[in-house]
Unconditional design. Sequence first.
Length: 196
Amino acid sequence: MRYVAGCDEAGRGSLAGPLVAAAVLIDYGSLSMRDRRALGELDDSKKRSTAEREELYPAVLRAASKVAVTVRCVSGIDGRGLHVTNVAALARSLERVAIPGAECLVDGFKLAGCRVEHRQVIDGDARSAAIAAASVVAKVTRDRYMTRCEESHPGFSFALNAGYSTPEHREAIMRLGPSPLHRRSFQSIAYTQLAL
């Protein structure tokens, strides 16, 4: 296919912070050799260091024909539920980049209610450059936001853990209590252990 749209999210498994879904449309017919090399470096963004993702981010934006990012806040996640929020955010991003004739791929999910025909790809961020590109956009966008939250919510080390469950983060929740950035409805082993 000449046009491939990929979609992925970041923050689904975190204790704090927003959910960020991104979609990227790649026109393989118009890519330069530089862009092709950059896309060849992509993989599951979680396997890359922060510095590597930051380096890949501008290359992805340069290679992409269209990029869409959808952010859902903590109160929205708590109000609608994590899965419903995730699927809706992924669908919204994909719908914003899809064009007629494009192959649309989503990492790990079939999106009920999505107005765009798409295919679920298990481990898609390791198998599709378009999904991996969306993974980088989502992860970098979210990580940058969580780093900025370090100032307004000190003590949780959001710049280091991005809101995910680490021993230090769980200890900070025990010591300080949850911040406004912490999800209250998310049933995780960390919250069970903390008896919040």
